[in-house]
Design a protein around this ligand. Structure first.
Ligand SMILES: *Cc1c(COP(=O)(O)O)cnc(C)c1O
Length: 399
């Protein structure tokens, strides 16, 4: 039986639908299975392998004991909405009303999905950078929107501002940005952000910004686009506790936006999950209220991990990017004599005892060739693991 439906659009939008009309498993699933079967070090998937702060974990345990185990309010528990509003004011000077301008979601994933579904009509255009987080393409396609991309090219992975200008038109409904960026580690600077605000005004588009790595930048500031003049009124800012507190399995995310935009997104969100994660909500609220030292420390520790893995990759002979934030480094295997990263990734567990993901998984077929020799490695892992991976990769380079 052929099961037809909108899933085919979603799969195609995420580059997962084969010419045979069959959905392929994601490269992440394939590579994680390979890591398990070969006992290789999995630098394919971006999740931390250490627990986050005890204050946050203890708060969740306490919440379960205290009986916070039923449906929370539709927009999220007041304690968390207050903490989100405080966080936006404390770090960025942004004022949001916790009752009308904050929405708690099932991870950033749901915030992104509900925003695109709520704010676009079939035929509208959604502009993103490319490579892009696969969800953007899947949801834009589910919404019947047209996905327009602006390439981030090696080695710097910064947008070309003329290409950005050319991609946005009166057909653009949403400019969806992600900074710090997955998979390239690019942190958008003020000039690019100002142009995005200018273009959004000129073409009456909304800005949706995925800032899940907001606290993980290395020596460059994270500038939330909503903090630029003229941006707040048309911006949906999205983040989540997963990457900041090493709780990716809890799926507590949120968005902040003007009240009428939040109302529109709630109208969709309430039929996706309604609500989620009651005992985790006060725990993430406790996390958001941790002292500044915590946020400085997580960025510093991650920067050390980035440096360790980047040095190993460089020693092995890869051409290595300098991510300014986030969980990932991009390594070009071409100098090592491997022009096809997808093929190398399948052999890497045997050759080096390491798993990575080809960057071609984050780009559309039209552009896949430009990124063919690039691999994304996650460095959000224990130091011993990164040392072991570096040693294995250096052996590969010595072959
Ligand atoms: C991890 C990630 C997400 C998903 O966040 P959740 O809170 O786990 O849903 C969204 N966007 C980007 C760029 C990510 O890397």
């Amino acid at each position: 039986m052929t099961v037809s439906g909108a899933w085919q659009r979603a799969a195609r939008g995420a580059m997962l639908l084969g010419d045979d009309g069959v959905s392929r498993p994601t490269i992440f699933a394939e590579m994680s299975a390979l890591a398990t079967s070969r006992g290789a070090i999995n630098l394919g998937q971006g999740f931390p392998d250490e627990d986050g702060p005890a204050e946050v974990l203890d708060a969740a345990r306490r919440a379960i004991s205290d009986g916070l185990n039923q449906y929370p309010p539709g927009r999220g528990m007041p304690v968390l909405r207050d903490a989100i509003a405080e966080h936006q004011a404390r770090f960025y000077g942004l004022a949001y009303d916790p009752d009308t301008e904050v929405l708690v979601t099932a991870g950033a994933t749901e915030a992104i999905a509900a925003s695109i579904l709520a704010l676009t009509e079939a035929g509208d255009e959604v502009v993103t950078f490319e490579p892009f987080y696969d969800e953007y393409g899947a949801i834009a396609a589910l919404a019947g929107a047209t996905h327009v991309t602006v390439p981030l090219r090696a080695p710097a992975f910064q947008p070309d501002l003329d290409e950005l200008r050319a991609a946005v038109s009166d057909r653009t409904r949403i400019i969806l940005i992600n900074s710090p960026h997955n998979p390239t580690g690019t942190v958008l600077g003020r000039e690019a952000l100002e142009l995005i605000v200018e273009l959004a005004h000129a073409h009456d588009a909304l800005i949706v910004t995925d800032e899940v790595y907001e606290h993980l930048t290395f020596g460059v500031p994270h500038i939330p686009i909503a903090s630029l003049p003229g941006a707040r009124e048309r911006t949906v800012s999205i983040s989540s506790g997963g990457k900041t507190f090493n709780t990716t399995g809890w799926k507590i995310g949120w968005l902040t936006a003007p009240a009428e935009i939040v109302d529109a997104i709630v109208a969709v969100k309430q039929f996706l999950t309604y609500v989620n994660g009651a005992p985790f909500q006060p725990a993430i609220a406790a996390g958001l209220r941790l002292p500044d030292a915590y946020f400085r420390q997580i960025a510093g520790v991650l920067q050390g991990k980035r440096d360790l893995l980047a040095a190993g990759l460089t020693r092995a002979g890869f051409r290595v990017s300098s991510p300014q934030g986030g969980y990932f480094v991009i390594a070009d295997a071409a100098p090592l004599g491997y022009p096809d990263a997808a093929e190398l990734c399948r052999r890497l567990p045997d050759l080096a005892g390491v798993v990575g993901v080809p960057v071609s998984a984050f780009v559309r077929t039209e552009r896949a060739r430009e990124y063919a020799s690039l691999i994304r490695f996650a460095y959000c892992k224990k130091l011993e693991l990164l040392e072991g991976a570096s040693a294995g990769l250096v052996r590969l380079g010595a072959r």
